[in-house]
Design a binder for this molecule. Structure first.
Ligand SMILES: Nc1ncnc2c1ncn2[C@@H]1O[C@H](COP(=O)(O)OP(=O)(O)OP(=O)(O)O)[C@@H](O)[C@H]1O
Length: 634
């Protein structure tokens, strides 16, 4: 697609890379006021943000001296949006678009300005990130907190605090008071104790992401210079998957942007709210519409799924929201037979072999790649991988557990890390044929790290010569992929010293903190070696590193915002959905998210050995209502 550098007049601007946008989407793209867009799956909400970025950047409606900030709840959503904008905009324009997660945004603020926090709330610069669970809070409340002073309450009062809601209600429940709580309740007293312990009493400060979010909000509340800098920097703010926003994140946004000239656009789908366990607000859209005078604008199309799948989706949608309006599919069905079915297997082994053969045959029949399919599970993907992996390998399709970890890093996270992306681009450029795309990628990334602007021709050509010379040397010294972990690490280190460790840290502050860069480099080396053991050439090893020829296996949570030709959901049973009765709405929303990732087909599998189907009878009931049939597979 042609991307424009010259300025376009707003009235002449046309959507980029799609034929048309529905009327309401176009209104939001061109809007100058705050908007909330609640629309169903596949309605093009992420696409709308990408188009709005193109519009604002290409017309100059986002003034050239300012930038657009897009914040998402999850990392995949942030990278997905950034890559859509890069495809649609000239790199000079896309360079003014910052897409990141809430967590990365808050952490970036603490890493840059955190030392300006008052003593009471100031973390040490080498703080560590932790992911506490209920047991940690129980240990703290019952064993470590001590006894509150009598003016606050008794030990029994302390024990009366519900462990499950301590974090949400007390620890990060409200914005932090600058001077501490003056007349604390027992919950506030316990929260203050844990804050002080986490910040000051260990060898290092230890902080969870919600705590970092609260510190960032305090920082900007008491530091008008930092707050004004952000307000001036960003003319527009986008928030994707807004239904999953937490109170901590919302308060941070409100502190920075409330009452400013920054225009906000929030998009999401209440029916896909599956993060309540992770402290998502009950109704962030309602708060947004009140606080920011957000104008609600619905969308009616579905650009992802076939008409038959959209029909079934609507039956599920009504179970989540009786007022849901039937969307209009804008695509056509391309497969024969059932668009959705339940396959009932006698054993997980029979199931694995059948699915592998099925996927292999479908790939041939419809000219699809392994990444057009996804194997979805509710949780514990590695348990399923044990049985599925050998069967898919035997059918010639490697399986990749996206939730698997390499060293200290989750695989999916590693692949999106700048250090890993850059190393792979440089390796592709040096070691493989037809590497033009990687040449451009490496050159652009290095230029950004060195602060070389696209129009500085002299510096660009110097960089190009250095990159060429380095790539030639690298391929001479490593004609084959590494044969040990140490060899892989040496290659990664070599690339890093060419790129410049300090430069990388300067541009990505997260790398300068808590040993994260070391962890990423370690993981990259371990994964590079693991991808090389098959003994193939560099191209094969790098394809394996990126999982180009592998079918992904992931949980529903990981699949948010993604889409596939065919979704195979493994294990529609009480075992996987053990908590169904506790929160039926959230579980049904998860089911809805899984279903709506498919463009053409959804297969659910069942196997009696994994569990019954009585607790989740309601889900089976919905499928039955939609006319979905069950087949006994022997
Ligand atoms: N106007 C359009 N014309 C053609 N295709 C579109 C249009 N808008 C979106 N699409 C395509 O439809 C698919 C779904 O779009 P997108 O991912 O933006 O939807 P979404 O509303 O964010 O979905 P979800 O909430 O389910 O993640 C994508 O493949 C996208 O490229």
């Amino acid at each position: 697609m042609a991307v424009l550098l010259r300025r376009v007049r707003p009235e002449d601007w046309r959507p980029v890379g799609v034929n048309a946008l529905e009327a309401n989407a176009l209104k939001v793209v061109r809007s100058t006021d705050n908007r909330s867009v609640i629309a169903g799956p596949g309605a093009g909400k992420t696409e709308l943000l990408a188009q709005r970025a193109a519009y604002l950047l290409q017309t100059g409606e986002a003034p050239p001296a300012r930038r657009i900030l897009a914040i998402s709840v999850k990392r995949d959503a942030a990278t997905n949006l950034a890559s859509r904008v890069r495809q649609r905009c000239h790199r000079n324009h896309a360079g003014r678009f910052d897409s990141m997660t809430f967590d990365a945004f808050a952490k970036g603020l603490i890493d840059r300005f955190g030392q300006a926090l008052p003593d009471r709330w100031r973390p040490r610069p080498d703080y560590e990130i932790i992911f506490p669970n209920d047991r940690d809070y129980r240990d703290f409340l019952y064993q470590q907190a001590g006894t509150p002073p009598s003016s606050v309450g008794t030990y029994a009062d302390l024990q009366g605090i519900a462990v499950k809601t301590f974090e949400r209600r007390h620890l990060v429940g409200t914005p932090l008071p600058l001077g501490g709580w003056s007349y604390p309740t027992v919950g506030e007293w316990a929260a203050e104790r844990l804050w002080q312990r986490s910040l000051h009493e260990g060898k290092k400060s230890v902080l969870s992401f919600p705590m970092i979010g609260r510190l960032a909000e305090l920082l900007l509340r008491v530091n008008p210079m930092a707050r004004d800098a952000l307000r001036l920097t960003y003319s527009h703010l986008f928030m994707d998957e807004f239904q999953d926003t937490t109170q901590v994140q919302y308060d941070l946004v409100r502190t920075i942007f409330h009452g400013t000239d920054t225009t906000l656009t929030a998009v999401g789908d209440n029916k896909q709210q599956i993060m309540r366990w992770a402290m998502a607000m009950d109704d962030p859209f309602a708060a947004f519409d009140v606080d920011f005078a957000g104008k609600r604008t619905p969308l009616y199309n579905n650009y992802r799924s076939s008409p038959e799948l959209v029909r079934i989706q609507h039956v599920l949608a009504q179970a989540l929201d009786t007022r849901a309006v039937a969307p209009v599919s804008q695509t056509t069905g391309t497969i024969a037979g059932d668009s959705c079915a339940i396959w009932d297997f006698s054993s997980p082994e029979v199931e694995a072999a059948y699915l592998a053969a099925f996927v292999a045959a479908e790939m041939r029949k419809h000219n699809l790649g392994p990444r057009d399919f996804v194997l979805l599970v509710r949780q514990k993907a590695s348990d399923y991988a044990v049985v599925l992996e050998p069967a898919f390998n035997a059918a010639g399709i490697p399986l990749r557990n996206e939730a698997g970890t390499v060293g200290a890093v989750m695989l999916q996270e590693l692949l999106a890390e700048e250090a890993s992306e850059l190393a792979i681009a440089i390796l592709r450029l040096a070691m493989t044929n037809r590497a033009g795309r990687y040449w451009t990628e490496s050159q652009e990334a290095l230029a950004a790290l060195q602060g070389i602007t696209p129009d500085d021709e002299a510096a660009q050509s110097r960089l190009a010569r250095e990159l060429d010379a380095y790539a030639i040397n690298l391929s001479k010294s490593h004609p084959t992929p590494p044969k040990s972990n140490a060899a892989a690490r040496a290659i990664i280190d070599d690339i890093l010293s060419f790129v410049g460790r300090d430069r990388l840290i300067a541009v990505h502050p997260a790398y300068g903190q808590g040993g994260w860069l070391e962890k990423v480099l370690d993981a990259a080396a371990v994964h590079l070696y693991a991808s090389s053991v098959s003994g193939g050439d560099w191209s094969t090893a790098l394809d394996a590193y990126e999982g180009v020829h592998a079918i992904p296996l992931m949980t529903i949570h990981k699949s948010k915002g993604l889409e596939y030709h065919s979704v195979i959901f493994i294990g529609l049973d009480d075992g996987a959905w053990w908590s169904f009765a506790n929160d039926q709405l959230e579980a049904t929303a998860g089911f809805f998210v899984a279903f709506t990732r498919a463009k053409q087909r959804v297969i659910f599998t069942y196997c009696g050995r994994r569990g019954a189907r009585s607790t989740i009878a309601a889900l089976y009931g919905l499928l039955e209502k939609a006319g979905v049939r069950t087949y006994k597979m022997t």
